[in-house]
Design a protein around this ligand. Sequence first.
Ligand code: SAJ
Length: 428
Amino acid sequence: MMKKICVVGLGYIGLPTAVMFANHGYQVLGVDVSERAINLLSKGQVHIEEPGLQDYLTKSLVEGTFTVSTTPEEADMFIVAVPSPITSEKTADMKYIEAATASIVPFLKKGNLVVLESTVPPRTVMDVMMPILAEANLEFGTELFVSHSPERVIPGKVFEELVNNSRIIGGINKESAERTREFYLSFVKGEFHMTDVTTAEMVKVMENTFRDVNIAFANEIAKISENLGVNAWEAISLANHHPRVNIHFPGPGVGGHCIAVDPWFLVEKQNELAKIIHLSRLTNDGMPNFTVNKTLEILKSNHIRNPRVAVLGLTFKSNIDDVRESPSMEIVEKLSHEDVNLVSFDPHVLENKVPSQTQSFEDAITHADTLVILTDHDYFKKMNPHTLAELMTTRIVLDTKNCIDREEWEAAGFTVYKLGDGKGNPIG
Ligand code: SAJ
């Protein structure tokens, strides 16, 4: 008989993982507390955007290997893939992990495996999940197996990365890790790296923290470069030719649900020790403000009265439609309280998310005095400065993501400012 998997949490990790297993020899039950999500999915409609997801979902529904429900059922393996956000006090909010774990307890039986995929503060499996799972009265490691196998995929390329990325598996004992690998072997082509459960949690948080600290370093370099008359983008690219250097790039802030969140898990747990980590978080969180101030300084130094400012890019990174936790949203909000006539545009965000938003690029740039590019969408990289020059009132652009070619835009009559580029930057 086909082995059964119950996936709790059908978000941007849980759902792709569930349909992947359902297309690779398992009977899968997808569980979510959202009735809206369950209703849509049972009708064969996806509630999140991800290339390939619709096809995998349709196929598994047609073959009958995937069903959905708001409550779990008995299964061989349980996967927990629910959010683990931070509160406004920057502490981990464990309520979804606790509720999801408690929801499977009544269905656990001898020989079951429970796998946590959510990114969590190290020690969560041992200190938060195990006490709840203990209520099933099964002996850990022989009757009930538990592991952490953190997701590591990037939105937009989830299916490619689910298959090809290497996977960390940390078990409460070797047998737990080994049993987890057997399930994932059905579709994962990447390598498996086995360890203990708390190390696996630490590895995942470290990966995102590395990126956050590295980006903070790049943002600091950007500010220093502006004052020294150096182009940080060029300097970083040149430094990265060194075989052992990999500096990330500056920008208007760090968005998304992962990089800007996970480092707080370490700050919360080890506040006295996590110093660089904490400072990096504050540095990156300060970038929207830095960008707003830079915009206002540019307007002031160019003596533009009643300026019309067009913000280009609302999502947290390029070529996606996700505006959650996007630094652009903070920048737009702050600019809306300033003495500027604000308009914003994003070719990937098809429903208006802020009052200043327009769906027409032409509307956004017509009569604009200053463009502020916040996201490096391909759409913005391809803009023709000569066409823009004709429609705008004043030709000023602030490029925070190094999207545009300075020489080309200057040739079209633009005054070009770039975050992190002290060359030709009168503010520097
Ligand atoms: N950013 C910069 N400079 C850079 C790179 C990124 O400012 O040089 C900014 C982006 O603009 C964006 C933010 O950082 O606002 C985060 O983007 P990202 O592409 O670095 O990360 P996420 O949040 O989309 O996905 C990350 C990935 N982790 C790593 O690359 C180590 C992904 O593999 C994880 O699965 C995901 O976090 C997660 O869920 O943890």
